[in-house]
Design a binder for this molecule. Structure first.
Ligand SMILES: Cc1cc2nc3c(=O)[nH]c(=O)nc-3n(C[C@H](O)[C@H](O)[C@H](O)COP(=O)(O)OP(=O)(O)OC[C@H]3O[C@@H](n4cnc5c(N)ncnc54)[C@H](O)[C@@H]3O)c2cc1C
Ligand code: SF4
Length: 330
């Protein structure tokens, strides 16, 4: 491991000033960056500890503004917050599905949204394309956990469970740097790695997420998170889906479906959303939405199972929401 120095930041300004000086990475819970430093993949000369910034871990709700979550809120706090459970069950379910209780206690929301890929070649000694090398070893190698949608130069999957949930809820992120603040949709925090920007995060290295905002719940809004894993608990999604619908008198007025585990970005199911909107939430509509969910997929040699799995997860999730809508009609 490269030798590094460590500094505690007392304010957001202080943290962004340190980041602007370069060769510096932020550390929050440390559950992602510390293992990467031990593996020699992240090699910062300095870590700036942002957990020492007071007031950046709050979870606050108002009927008018909706939910505001500080980037330092732990995944455990998010999973167990009473208001989040009642008003945004989709987010609470997604947070509860992350990792193990020990990790949820230290991991923060900001860190979850900016964590690096889990691809075993990325974490191994191979100089793969994402690490600056010439080829994607997963393309012709061990690719059972890799992408089926938007595949290309890098076939890793976006590992965050909070990201699909926040995108389905229409969340925005407040981002700070030494040159000021900006607010962007959470969807825009992610990018498909391309030449010139070999990263999954669209955040600039000197930027910090300071908070996340979610609009107030809509009348008739229902949402849920389904996650399928290769074992029962405490691992990353093989396929997951965050689904948020607005249903009025049995008809879908608005649909946001975001899939995890299938692409290097949280994958918005635009065609499935179109198949749902304006239609009765019945078996036939659900079937059409499920069918549309994998259009354009290009599985690799060992991950073809993700195509029927994605369709099955869409069907299961929309059926759950259909039952909920039937029991609580608006
Ligand atoms: C065994 C295991 C299982 C896991 N399972 C899951 C899972 O099922 N689902 C899932 O979603 N995740 C899973 N994770 C990942 C885990 O949730 C993340 O490691 C964690 O959320 C990262 O948060 P942190 O605060 O520890 O980040 P850190 O490790 O402190 O930081 C991670 C990265 O984010 C940057 N960063 C931190 N905070 C900010 C900020 N506010 N703004 C900008 N950049 C920031 C850091 O510089 C670093 O690059 C798992 C991890 C482990 C070890
Ligand atoms: S999928 Fe991405 S991270 Fe994995 S080997 Fe290929 S280029 Fe590297």
């Amino acid at each position: 491991m490269r030798r590094f120095t460590h500094v505690d930041a007392a304010t957001i300004d202080e943290a962004t000033r340190h980041l602007a000086e370069g060769d510096t990475r932020a550390i929050a819970g440390g559950s992602n960056i510390v293992p990467l430093m031990k593996l020699g993949i992240a090699k910062p000369g300095r870590l700036v500890n942002i957990k020492t910034i007071p007031g950046m871990d709050g979870i606050n709700f108002s009927e008018r503004e909706g939910l505001r979550i500080g980037a330092l809120a732990t995944i455990d706090a998010l999973a167990n917050d009473k208001t989040v459970k009642e008003r945004y069950p989709l987010l609470s379910e997604a947070a509860s599905s992350i990792a193990s209780p020990q990790i949820r206690n230290v991991a923060t929301l900001g860190g979850n949204l900016t964590q690096e890929p889990r691809c075993w070649y990325y974490r191994g000694p191979q100089p793969c394309w994402l690490k600056g090398g010439r080829m994607c070893y997963a393309a012709a190698g061990e690719n059972e956990h890799h992408a089926i949608l938007g595949t290309g130069t890098c076939n890793s999957i976006q590992p965050s469970d909070s990201a699909p949930a926040l995108i389905a809820l229409g969340a925005t992120a407040k981002v700070a740097s030494a040159s000021g603040e900006r607010t962007i949709p959470v969807e825009e925090l992610f990018q498909k790695p391309i030449e010139g920007a070999r990263r999954l995060s669209a955040l600039k290295p000197r930027e910090l997420i300071t908070s996340i905002a979610i609009p107030p719940p809509r009348v008739g809004g229902i949402g849920t998170y389904t996650k399928k894993m290769n074992r029962h608990v405490w691992t990353f999604a093989s396929v997951s889906i965050a689904a948020q619908l607005t249903v009025n008198k049995g008809t879908v007025k608005d649909a946001r479906l975001v899939v995890g585990g299938v692409s290097s970005i949280p994958w918005r199911l635009g065609q499935s959303e179109t198949a749902l909107e304006g239609q009765p939430l019945d078996e036939r509509t659900i079937e059409k939405a499920a069918e549309a969910s994998t259009q354009g997929s290009r599985p690799l040699k060992h991950n073809g199972y993700k195509v029927p799995l994605t369709r099955a997860v869409v069907t299961e999730t929309l059926t759950t929401l259909r039952i909920r809508a039937t029991h609580n009609p608006v």
